[in-house]
Design a protein around this ligand. Sequence first.
Ligand SMILES: Nc1nc2c(ncn2[C@@H]2O[C@H](COP(=O)(O)OP(=O)(O)OP(=O)(O)O)[C@@H](O)[C@H]2O)c(=O)[nH]1
Ligand SMILES: [Mg+2]
Length: 613
Amino acid sequence: MIVGTAGHIDHGKSALVAALTGRAMDRLAEERRRGITIDLNFAPLVLPSGATAGVVDVPGHEDFVRTMVAGASGIDVALLVVAADEGIMPQTLEHLAVLEHLGIAIGIPVVTKADLVDPDWLELVQLEVGERLAGSSVAFDSPLATSARTGAGLDQLRASLAAHAAALQPRRSADLFRLPVDRAFSVPGVGTVVTGTAWSGRLRVGDAVTLLPAGQPGRVRSIESYGQVLQHSEPGARTALGLAGIGREEAHRGTWLVSAEVAWPAMAAMDVELALQPEAPRPLTARSRVRVHLGTAEVMARVQPRAAIEAGGRGLARLVLERPLVARGGDRFVVRSYSPVATIGGGRVLDPDPPRRRTIWPPSLAASAPAERLEALMERRPLGLRATLLPVLLGVSPAEAAAVARARGDTRLLGDHWVRESTLVELGARALSLLKTHHRTHPSDRGMPLETLRHALRAPEPLIDQVLAGAVAAGKLRVVDGVAVQSGFRPRVEGGDAEIDRVVRILEAAELSPPSLAELELSTGRHDVAAILRLAAQTGRVEAVERERYYARPALDRFAATLADIGRTRLIAPSDIRDRLGISRKFMIPLLEWADAKGITERVGDQRRLRNA
Ligand SMILES: Nc1nc2c(ncn2[C@@H]2O[C@H](COP(=O)(O)OP(=O)(O)OP(=O)(O)O)[C@@H](O)[C@H]2O)c(=O)[nH]1
Ligand SMILES: [Mg+2]
């Protein structure tokens, strides 16, 4: 369990944590000098039950709200601190808004410095605080009065923390590991150490990790939690990880450590549901520039709302991020105005990796049930959804994500993609229509080169494989020598068989010195001579001896007969053939190679021998 403080400057947050944990807060020289908290402080708190909670102490100064947000994200229980002598102040409310936007479930209002006021006053402040928090989305206990000076109320606070810890739903360890880094330093002999609250999942010593958004690969060298050396991390615990392969300069607050098992992309945009504070000075309109705080990161973003979002209202929007974030479906975040800096709202991530073009916004995108959200996510990705990304998009464990996808009757896993059956049907229809069009526009071609067809389908490879295999199995198309052919299609040439005859007769007349394709195109005035001859070759009337030169069947028969005649009694020399057939080297060499390839002859030095003689 992680407990975090919140509340106005000087209201006694650090004194409270120090009194609870016995650890001094505010250890920076500047903090001591100014008497305020500037950076986050962390301390373990041993509860009466023996369990250890992690405490995050945040600054209350209005200049350090960004640090407070980084500290508050990922906490389970908030201690909202209000000094008895001052009551509710501006950062009490700003921190409250942060807790609400971050979706913190549980809060304990702590009225501190009880020793400074008389009991009546104390009661009044407690009443005021209780009333103010009654409508909050954070489930607050009734206010508890404490004094760090006298120790009053501390045992009661410990007891209620223990009760919350016992009731807390443990975070899933069988989930993707993600840790927003809140501190990084180097330790001699260990290397880079990062600390943070492990939001989900579990790492073991030796595991491969990735530091995002840079994508730096590393390995876990050591794990520590609350001063204990561990073999594996626990979700929801303060965790220090010694890392190999990741430099101190690369790791800092605002980066993320994830398990290398997941190809977790850093996102340049995310689609969200945004709520604007009632006190927000102006509506959020297209291109409003805001600060987005998610985890320990703060990035600038442009808002593209579906419709302007008014103060006190909520709506859907795309956040175009100026630096990438490592978001997950369901993540909560805080939005602050660019200038002057103030907390103006927050929201929930609906699609952390939205398709860029022609995005649709199905209503179920904002639903809370994973199955409904999956429906919307799939509608947005008509060509399927990467299975490894699904737990990131839905914000549930890989097992649950797969179960949700499998529970849909109309969806199946192809390679690494969850695909709807209807998508496959549509893609199959498109493949056939592309093929049909190709046959119509290239009637003399054998068919469409498979690679061209695959490319034109513009879909992930496993889908294309499936769709083409399905079409072949259904007898709708064939693939021959890398060419796709629609069933029943026969190549045709303009002019039909008469034109084929005409070209074949030219070759027959040319006997063993036939024209090349280019020469034939010139003499016939046709550009499709190659297609005509491919068709004629299918019936055996002609044969390609060279790539660009076909021979008529009778001429080749005569050549073969001549070889047989000479070869019956002796080796065949090229000069014999020249004498008998009167053809030049230009034709003879390819013809002899053709005869070798056909198994009629074989080479013996410069001469040939009949193979079957
Ligand atoms: N009398 C009395 N003084 C207290 C109590 N708690 C804190 N203080 C004093 O109030 C001042 C501020 O206390 P901190 O704990 O530093 O306040 P904080 O909320 O952590 O302040 P920031 O972190 O700067 O926002 C210090 O001088 C404390 O000694 C208390 O219970 N009783
Ligand atoms: Mg403090």
